[in-house]
Design a protein around this ligand. Structure first.
Ligand code: F6P
Length: 226
């Protein structure tokens, strides 16, 4: 069956400083995750065993898959080691075939929930500079919209066409995204109440595998790094 893989980017400079949003690059630990993710993608998602009809010979060959990132540096850097070249396999009888692995695409609607005037601040700074905003968000995280920014409801709306596209895609899809974005996609596919979505735990350094079945998804989590 078709399967979705969701992961956050590797640790970013801003994650390390406790700042939200921004467009920072990865830390050395983040780069290490990027390498491990490429390995995982290769073995878990991007290969399949096929049999040559004529000769009966079977071989492990690349499996075509989609690789969707946001347009932000931290997801692009996390995806950078994942193989997206066309790979060839030559059978014993000399026939050859070509498979394209992980077709990459950077998508703006996967960009993180935009925190507007609070972008680049720590939660502590927000609490000090905008105490009322901070309190309003605690009260209603789902519909709270950052000044000049977005709410989880806004993000839910902008992700809807993408979620539908995922449902229509027959190849496996690997999404390298952000905490806020992945909470919404996860909740959508798991059939969670939208009020729960902003609190779903999506830790760094893990890949969430979702396999749709009749009434939701089967879930498996792979921790690639502590
Ligand atoms: O801290 C990482 C981050 O992705 C921020 O960029 C983003 O604002 C935040 O997580 C979303 O989490 P929460 O909605 O719980 O603040």
């Amino acid at each position: 069956p078709r399967t979705f893989y969701l992961t956050r980017h590797g640790q970013s400079e801003y994650n390390l400083l406790g700042k939200i949003g921004g467009d920072s690059g990865l830390t050395p630990a983040g780069l290490e995750y990027a390498r491990r993710l490429a390995q995982f993608a290769q073995t878990h998602i991007g290969s399949q065993t096929v049999t040559n009809e004529t000769t009966g010979e079977s071989a492990t060959v690349p499996r075509p898959a989609r690789l969707w990132t946001s347009t932000l540096r931290r997801t692009l850097e996390t995806a950078q080691f994942i193989n997206h070249e066309a790979l060839q396999h030559t059978w014993d009888n000399g026939d050859s075939a070509e498979w394209l692995q992980f077709r990459p695409m950077a998508r703006r609607n996967l960009d993180e929930l935009y925190a507007g005037t609070c972008d680049g601040m720590t939660y502590k700074e927000i609490e000090q500079v905008y105490p009322e905003e901070f309190a309003r968000r605690q009260d209603d995280k789902l519909s709270y919209r950052y000044p000049r920014g977005e709410s989880y409801m806004d993000v839910t709306l902008r992700l809807e066409p993408l979620a539908q596209e995922m449902e229509r895609t027959r190849e496996p899809v690997l999404i390298v995204g952000h905490q806020g974005i992945l909470r919404i996609l996860y909740a959508y596919f798991m059939g969670l109440d939208r009020n729960e979505a902003p609190y779903v735990s999506i830790p760094l350094n893990n890949v969430i595998e979702l396999t749709p079945h009749a009434y939701g998804c089967h879930e498996k989590r792979f921790c690639l790094m502590r």
